[in-house]
Design a binder for this molecule. Structure first.
Ligand code: HEC
Ligand code: HEC
Length: 508
């Protein structure tokens, strides 16, 4: 059976991609990471799901692999992970996702920040033009991160998990993977003070949420799905039902439709232009455009983190391994969170560090989850520092729909903090992060002061978290196994080709 080989791709690509510098540190700590994760997740709820496991899940619900036409096979593959759900469950999820009555004060729904025509990202052009950081239900409050796309989010494996074979963390939801899956994720925004704010006397109040649903337009549908006496159950039970329904909606095919030009190219319905094809070849480093093919004349190595399977029959092309990496994204100084320092007006969601705030990504979640300070640094430091090599790392998002917008001039923002405004800018960043205005001068972020003695002016502001331990290709040397980022040696035309290719990933 062709589908038996499912899953191996996950290992291969993850092994190559998202390798953190300081491998010795990683290996030396393999044991402690295992114990560490053991303490993070209760037995039986272990997140150490691999690509293989995920793949197998897909096989179980494959309908009939008897039809071998490429288009039918492709359709089967891309639908493979759609869970079979009652339609009223999905309808309920859709209704709750769009219910503006569930915030406190009312007025904000999930869709306020994840809107379909913008690929379930933030729909407000003015905000996107200025910072990309979404305001919450309470006026004047903002979270610290950019709303990512919900399309293809369901493909992120439960996590974050660490597999010593992969030397990388992967999976989970949010930029820092702090919840395991969509069902858990969907229960969080209601109680985020800078989002939907269902908080009473400084305590998250699931009773308030249940009440709002019970007295709102979706009460009947809720009872239809979960039983006539559903609202007699505890608010906690109903909260998990809300998560279940919203995740069901987020998992439907219409949210992750695989209807892009790239998908048509895979099924032979259309051809890629010369520029798009060259972009795909650069992206994968393979002359065929499929990883594992003969080496292309040049590689931008994007596929090492934004992975697709070597064998296309093994699973859909998601363009992410959902692995964690620090690519050196600079700070977004327009992020309103820097200035949200008032404890009195936002006691649970204010930013005590002000302009000095540094988002440590996975390090802000995994260390505290193990009872250590954020980043395992500063006061209370147990002396080991970033021993897991995770500070400043974020989940590599799927690149599907990165260019989806309701009209051509609609502004979009990218990265965990919204620092970048265009795909061209991003590709140019990957190409030149370590360079200065002086030709051939390379910034070496492994040096104590990487900017000391430079003759030219750096092309980019410093990384938000410039760590020689986690920054991908910190030294900026081209050609090494770890040189995925910062000095790729692409020509302007090759940068444009990569952008053309990324634009083929937009769903209809
Ligand atoms: C005020 C804006 C806002 C609202 C309202 C909001 N979100 Fe989000 N959403 C965000 C931001 C910002 C993030 C990233 C946060 C982080 O990584 O810490 C996010 C992350 C997510 C993710 C993770 C995607 C990924 O790839 O990791 C999902 C799924 C999601 N939201 C769904 C929802 C649902 C469901 C609701 C309603 C219950 C909702 N959001 C309400 C702003 C919002
Ligand atoms: C070492 C792993 C890695 C490699 C290699 C890599 N990326 Fe990324 N990519 C990431 C991570 C991690 C993020 C999120 C970073 C952040 O939020 O600071 C990201 C974000 C992006 C985004 C923004 C997506 C969004 O929705 O905000 C784009 C576009 C992108 N990468 C394109 C590329 C391209 C093109 C290449 C090849 C030139 C590439 N990446 C190579 C890990 C990688």
């Amino acid at each position: 059976m062709i589908f038996k080989r499912t899953g191996q791709f996950g290992f291969l690509l993850l092994t190559l991609g998202c390798i953190v510098l300081g491998q010795s540190i990683v290996q030396a700590n393999t044991q402690s990471r295992n114990n560490f994760l053991g303490s993070l997740f209760p037995p039986g709820d272990t997140p150490r799901l691999t690509g293989a496991k995920l793949g197998r899940q897909s096989i179980n619900i494959m309908k009939s692999p008897s039809d071998r036409s490429p288009i039918r096979q492709y359709a089967a593959r891309t639908q493979a992970s759609a869970v079979s759900l009652s339609s009223s469950m999905v309808q309920l999820g859709l209704a709750l996702f769009h219910d503006k009555n569930l915030s406190n004060p009312p007025g904000q729904s999930c869709a306020s920040c994840h809107s379909a025509p913008e690929a379930f990202t933030f729909p407000d052009a003015v905000t996107n033009a200025s910072s990309g950081i979404a305001p919450g239900a309470v006026p004047g409050r903002f979270g610290n991160r950019l709303p990512p796309s919900v399309t293809y989010a369901k493909f992120s494996p439960p996590g974050p998990y660490y597999d010593p074979n992969l030397t990388a963390y992967a999976g989970g939801q949010f930029w820092d993977g702090r919840v395991i899956n969509l069902t858990q994720q969907a229960q969080k925004p209601f109680f985020n003070p800078n989002e939907m704010d269902d908080i009473v006397h400084n305590v998250a109040d699931s009773g308030l949420l249940a009440q709002k649903i019970q007295s709102g337009a979706n009460a009947q549908l809720f009872e239809k799905v979960f039983g006539a006496n559903a609202f007699n159950d505890s608010p906690q039970v109903n909260l998990s039902r809300v998560g279940q329904a919203i995740a069901a909606f987020e998992s439907i095919k219409a949210v992750s439709p695989f209807s892009s030009k790239y998908d048509d190219y895979l099924t032979g319905r259309t051809k890629l232009s010369q520029s798009e094809m060259n972009g795909l070849r650069l992206f994968t480093g393979s002359a065929t455009g499929r990883p594992g093919g003969p080496a292309n004349y040049k590689s931008a190595q994007c596929v090492l983190c934004h992975g697709i399977p070597t064998d296309p029959s093994t699973g859909p092309d998601i363009f992410s391994n959902f692995c964690y990496a620090n690519i050196g994204t600079p700070r977004n100084l327009h992020n309103p969170f820097y200035y949200q320092t008032n404890q009195a007006t936002d006691p649970l969601g204010y930013n005590p560090q002000g302009i000095n705030f540094v988002d440590l990504g996975l390090g802000d979640f995994l260390y505290p989850a193990a009872g250590l300070p954020p980043g395992n640094a500063g006061k209370g430091n147990n002396g080991q520092g970033d021993y897991l090599a995770i500070n400043g790392t974020f989940k590599a998002p799927s690149l599907r729909n990165v260019d989806k917008r309701p009209y051509p001039s609609f502004p979009r923002r990218y990265m965990h903090n919204g620092a970048f405004t265009s795909l061209k800018q991003i590709v140019h960043f990957y190409n030149t992060r370590n360079l200065t205005t002086k030709p051939r001068e390379v910034i070496d972020f492994t040096q104590p002061d990487p900017y000391a003695g430079l003759i030219g002016k750096p092309l980019w502001p410093p990384p938000e978290y410039p760590s020689s331990v986690t920054l991908q290709n910190a030294s900026g040397q081209p050609g090494s196994a770890n040189a995925q980022v910062g000095n790729l040696g692409l020509t302007p035309q090759e940068e444009d080709d990569l952008v053309s290719f990324l634009k083929t990933l937009t769903d209809r």
